[in-house]
Design a binder for this molecule. Structure first.
Ligand SMILES: Nc1ncnc2c1ncn2[C@@H]1O[C@H](COP(=O)(O)OP(=O)(O)O)[C@@H](O)[C@H]1O
Ligand SMILES: [Mg+2]
Length: 228
């Protein structure tokens, strides 16, 4: 069996901006292997979020191929893409995007309910994952009753509750202070090791690159291997 989770071949992304053709990603080649951690660092506007969207099947490349677990994303329709995303990927963003009217536990159950698991099974998995992120005693709290760091940990639990092959994180610590940022990153790394999840983090914070298997730099849409 292949150990490739995501592959990205000769990917180009252009946007039309007021009649102008803007090249946002240029000839990106990237392979994410099972269980590895990759950090992509780059200035704001360099194309990091655009790349992560493409890797997650949330947008399509202008040119090039992206495969997720061996399936070519450009060939899939929206429903098929949605199913593949739900099955194989977890997403974490700068802002937690937890649903405010639900408890932490209900938020974490959501991806499993969407995947048509029973409430009982979803609840069991959510409790287990909340325990792993240190929020066992906060399960009944709503996002407004949690701190910023706790909300982000709940968002990580929600992203990992389906045991995805890969976690895609876009500036996951961008809204946290140094201490909470370090804690959240360490936790993601620990869970990645425990669950065997591949981890791709994109960030403008060049201090967040420690502990990753690989660090790459995005600069004006060009992805290069960082020299440490
Ligand atoms: N939907 C869009 N239409 C036009 N330009 C876009 C769009 N999305 C992003 N861009 C442009 O692409 C470039 C890269 O954006 P982005 O991927 O968000 O960078 P980063 O995440 O590194 O800050 C920026 O110049 C941005 O303005
Ligand atoms: Mg971004």
């Amino acid at each position: 069996m292949s150990n490739v989770v995501i592959s990205c071949e000769n990917v180009v992304k252009n946007y039309q901006d007021g009649g102008l053709n803007v090249e946002v990603l240029r000839q990106i080649n990237l392979t994410i292997h099972k269980g590895e951690s990759v950090c992509i660092v780059g200035a704001s506007g360099s194309g990091k979020s655009t790349l992560l969207h493409l890797l997650g099947g949330l947008d399509k490349p202008t040119i090039g191929d992206i495969t997720l677990m061996g399936q070519c994303l450009v060939l899939l329709n929206q429903r098929e893409l949605g199913e593949l995303r739900n099955k194989y990927l977890g997403f974490v963003y700068q802002f937690h995007h937890l649903l405010p009217e639900f408890s932490a536990e209900e938020n974490v159950m959501m991806p499993l309910l969407i995947a048509k698991k029973s409430r009982e099974e979803a609840k069991r998995a959510a409790v287990e994952m909340l325990d792993k992120v240190g929020l066992k005693n906060r399960a009944a709290h709503r996002p407004s009753e949690l701190s910023g760091g706790e909300c982000q940990r709940a968002a990580i639990a929600r992203a990992l509750v389906t045991r995805p092959a890969c976690l895609l994180a876009d500036e996951p610590t961008g809204n946290l202070d140094r201490k909470n940022a370090a804690n959240v990153l360490a936790m993601m790394m620990e869970l990645k090791n425990e669950l065997g999840t591949a981890l791709v983090v994109v960030t403008h914070d060049d201090q967040a690159t420690q502990h990753f298997d690989r660090v790459m730099t995005m600069s004006d849409g060009v992805l290069t291997v960082s020299s440490e």
